[in-house]
Design a protein around this ligand. Structure first.
Ligand code: ATP
Ligand code: ZN
Ligand code: MG
Ligand code: MG
Length: 467
């Protein structure tokens, strides 16, 4: 990609989150991820070009030096910062504006810095194998997969109902979503196939911003915020059906919708559990079942042990668990750092509050002793651990399914009993990645405490009474 020969005609709107807007190349397997700013700042940019460049470079460093070591580098694509011609960026922003969902338009794409993060397009990878069937890609934003057990937790409910499930009540009460999602992250992270299937089924029913499906690089299934309608599950099944016909064709042409969806979910569970490693037993861990989950508790007793240690879910969960104190236990440490920075503003850089996110940063947070020696160094490392855990609670998993080449060997030719021993190759070659790995700003910790209090008190007022 030559940055001086950029043409907006080669790029199209791909998607966006709360912090960035993503465009994809129409031919190459590339995306550009731009920063977004609040619309009220659209006349004058809230940061300089250098600051914008630094912010994106920080994301690259944080992803490649910190998160990739914690999550496993096989899952991570850190990308690179690119500096683009401003005219290209302006034209592009005009082009994509019509395709943006209205509810995301409280923010505008950064057209001032010319900086963006260039990444491989995980929804349409470069194909090594020529098939006619487009790639399927499933994006899951799993959120936090454990219950806090910190002694600093002041409300008992937080040790019984998971954050996601409580947050759902808050979001419905505030009109952000019309219906509550019955997805529970603790089911997804359980490692128990039935619980995982149960979790993914609820993700398909109410995807919100936790679940999206792409076909050939195009988003074909997602939720619309504030909308009354659920996404069209029948349309999804129509898309999925051709991918799950690889068995006996005569039987599968009559495959019920239920069977198609089951097969699809099965493939996803396999992908999420793949990677190998020892299966980590979590049965003694009281933090692995949420009382708000509708999964039958009786069946949990007979649940299988847990996640394989090299699976993407295990690595994400371990990283999330760097938040050991819970926000309530962390907040006093955050205040200690904040106070120190007020007294000694120059310490900000030595304490690596805004980076650099280098090996030193990683080493410090991996070697942090549990006991508080009342130093600012201890406090700041705990805050850094918490921030890393926040990133792992907010990341997305991309499961890319490339259909295997169609078999030449047709079902219709009759080769007699020898065929019985022929093992069918898997219908997909699958790869798993983790994306959206920005460092969370230092002062986001203060917001987290307030949000935690709001969510918990809302749940205590309305919990269990919503549909
Ligand atoms: P959030 O609000 O979840 O924090 P964000 O603003 O940080 O989101 P991303 O999640 O990184 O932004 O990107 C927005 C969307 O763009 C993603 O949900 C995903 O669908 C798509 N996307 C991002 N990176 C890639 C990629 N490398 N390949 C394909 N699609 C991508
Ligand atoms: Zn839950
Ligand atoms: Mg995201
Ligand atoms: Mg993000």
């Amino acid at each position: 990609m030559e940055v001086d020969k950029m043409n907006e005609a080669d790029w199209k709107y791909h998607g966006e989150g709360n912090k960035s807007l993503v465009v994809s190349h129409v031919q190459l397997s590339r995306v550009l991820r731009f920063l977004k700013y609040p619309a009220e700042d659209s006349e004058n940019p809230p940061q300089t070009v250098e600051q914008a460049y630094r912010q994106i470079q920080n994301t690259v460093d944080f992803s490649s030096n910190v998160m990739s070591s914690l999550l496993g580098d096989k899952f991570i694509h850190s990308g690179e910062v690119v500096k683009l011609p401003l005219e290209f960026v302006r034209q592009l922003s005009i082009k994509v504006q019509q395709q943006r969902p209205a509810w995301r338009c409280d923010k505008v794409m950064d057209i001032y810095s010319g900086c963006a993060l260039c990444l491989p397009n995980l929804t349409s990878p470069v194909l090594h194998q020529q098939t006619h069937t487009p790639t399927l890609c499933i994006e899951i934003k799993p959120k936090c997969g454990f219950l806090p057990s910190s002694k600093h937790v002041s409300k008992d409910i937080k040790t019984k109902v998971c954050r996601f499930c409580m947050h759902q009540h808050y979001k419905v009460a505030n009109g952000k979503w019309k219906r509550r999602s019955l997805y529970c992250p603790l089911d997804l992270f359980s490692g128990n196939r039935q619980r995982m299937q149960f979790a993914i089924r609820h993700l398909t029913e109410e995807p919100q911003n936790n679940f999206k499906i792409f076909k050939g690089g195009q988003c074909i299934y997602s939720s619309k915020e504030g909308s009354d309608d659920s996404p069209d599950l029948n349309l999804l099944l129509h898309h999925l059906r051709p991918y799950f016909m690889n068995g006996n064709k005569r039987i599968n042409s009559h495959m019920t919708s239920k069977a198609v969806l089951n097969d699809f979910i099965q493939v996803l569970v396999d992908a999420l559990l793949s990677g190998g490693g020892e299966v980590m037993d979590r049965r003694g861990d009281g933090r692995s079942f949420c009382e708000a989950s509708l999964f039958n508790k009786e069946r949990v007793r007979h649940a299988s042990p847990g996640l394989p240690s090299d699976s993407v879910l295990f690595r994400i969960l371990q990283t999330q668990m760097l938040d050991m104190l819970d926000i309530e236990g962390l907040y006093p440490l955050y205040r200690r750092v904040e106070q120190h920075l007020q007294d000694f503003p120059k310490e900000r850089s030595r304490l690596q509050i805004d980076g650099p996110y280098d090996e030193d940063f990683l080493e410090k947070l991996q070697k942090c002793p549990a006991d508080d020696d009342c130093s600012v160094e201890h406090a700041v490392t705990k805050v850094h651990q918490y921030r890393v855990a926040m990133t792992a609670k907010d990341c997305s998993i991309m499961v890319t399914l490339v259909p295997s080449a169609e078999e030449k060997d047709d079902d219709d030719d009759d080769e007699g009993p020898r065929r019985v021993s022929v093992v069918r190759p898997p219908a997909f070659s699958c790869s798993v990645s983790v994306l959206d790995l920005d460092p969370k700003p230092f002062d986001s910790v203060a917001r987290q405490l307030r949000l935690d209090q709001k969510i918990v008190s809302c749940y205590q007022r309305t919990g269990g009474t919503l549909p």
